[in-house]
Design a protein around this ligand. Structure first.
Ligand SMILES: [Zn+2]
Ligand SMILES: [Zn+2]
Length: 143
């Protein structure tokens, strides 16, 4: 049995609460074009959690996308604040939970990358960009 991490999180506005447990090796980074489009980010990390290991409270808005293969994936998000919660199988057997809203997301290191064929061209070089501790209004950013 792999080490399991207990996870908890809520959407930005707090209407949806999620808790569950995930095996350390069931965290992946998805670089598919749908993840890029839905998130506006280069990839989405997800924790793959079985139905019996997850609890979701609050009303999740769902959108079903149909892949080129014909596969349906249900995308769950908060209809109020837009926070992305999961993608799930149509039979609800498995939830791919977006790790960004989970409190433990620093511990949820992706163990593999998938859909590398559509990774953004600069993904390998992103750490070379200058790092700032705070945001654009902070003093270190002022000339
Ligand atoms: Zn919300
Ligand atoms: Zn994806």
């Amino acid at each position: 049995m792999n080490d399991q991490i207990k996870v908890t999180g809520s959407c930005h506005c707090g209407k949806i609460q999620v808790s569950g447990k995930v095996s350390e090796d069931m965290v992946i980074a998805c670089h598919c074009t749908d993840c890029q489009q839905f998130s506006g980010a280069p990839f989405r990390p997800v924790a793959i959690i079985k139905n019996e290991d997850i609890n979701i409270d609050g009303e999740v808005t769902e959108y079903t996308k149909v892949a080129d293969s014909g596969n349906e994936r249900v995308q769950g998000f908060c209809g109020n604040c837009g926070c992305q919660i999961y993608a799930r199988a149509t039979d609800k057997s498995v939830f791919n939970v977006r790790t960004g809203f989970l409190k433990q997301h620093h511990s949820l290191t992706p163990k593999k990358h998938i859909f590398g064929k559509s990774k953004v061209a600069w993904i390998e070089n992103i750490s070379k960009a200058k790092w700032h501790v705070a945001g654009p209004e902070s003093s270190e950013m002022k000339p």
